[in-house]
Write a protein that binds this ligand. Structure first.
Ligand code: HEC
Length: 137
């Protein structure tokens, strides 16, 4: 096989692989476990099921939101971008995630794990996707 042809076939293989990967879910969230992160970082306030009954909730002045009702509270549409911003917290959504909701964008950016902007975005996107799955009709 000529080297040019094998180069082209390599390219086709790469493109096919990229297609399969991006087809499954957007690149940024890849490799981040939304459910696992939720248990570690969120359940203490929002509860294992996300309804807002975590062990810390009782002692909190502002009760953690019921994260299974985001779609219901938004006229039946899951507001992906707003939810991203509510979790990130660095560019707040008016009326959501007041001072009692931690600013995860900063927390992830300071964490000992990969703290690059892409990694922070990926972790938040995985959480957003997990929350979308938790929505009750
Ligand atoms: C220290 C307790 C605490 C932790 C931990 C916490 N939250 Fe929150 N969260 C809150 C509180 C309190 C509110 C409600 C804020 C308000 O109403 O001003 C809130 C609100 C939210 C909202 C906005 C919901 C809405 O409809 O307004 C989202 C989304 C959210 N949290 C996601 C998360 C995610 C994802 C995590 C984990 C990465 C997390 N929270 C961890 C306390 C917490």
């Amino acid at each position: 096989m000529s080297s040019r042809l094998s180069f082209q076939m390599g390219l086709i293989g790469l493109m096919a692989a990229a297609y399969v990967v991006t087809d499954a879910r957007p690149a940024a969230a890849q490799g981040y476990d939304g459910a696992g992160q939720f248990r570690v970082y969120c359940a203490v306030c929002h509860g294992d099921g996300g309804t807002g009954n975590g062990p810390l909730a009782e002692s909190m002045r502002v009760k953690p939101a019921d994260l299974t009702a985001i779609t219901r509270n938004n006229k039946g549409t899951f507001p992906t971008n707003d939810v991203f911003r509510m979790i990130d917290g660095r560019n707040p959504v008016k009326g959501h995630g007041g001072p009692d909701m931690p600013v995860w964008g900063d927390a992830f950016a300071r964490s000992g794990q990969d703290a690059s902007p892409d990694a922070v975005r990926g972790r938040i996107e995985a959480l957003v996707r997990y929350l979308e799955r938790l929505q009750k009709p």
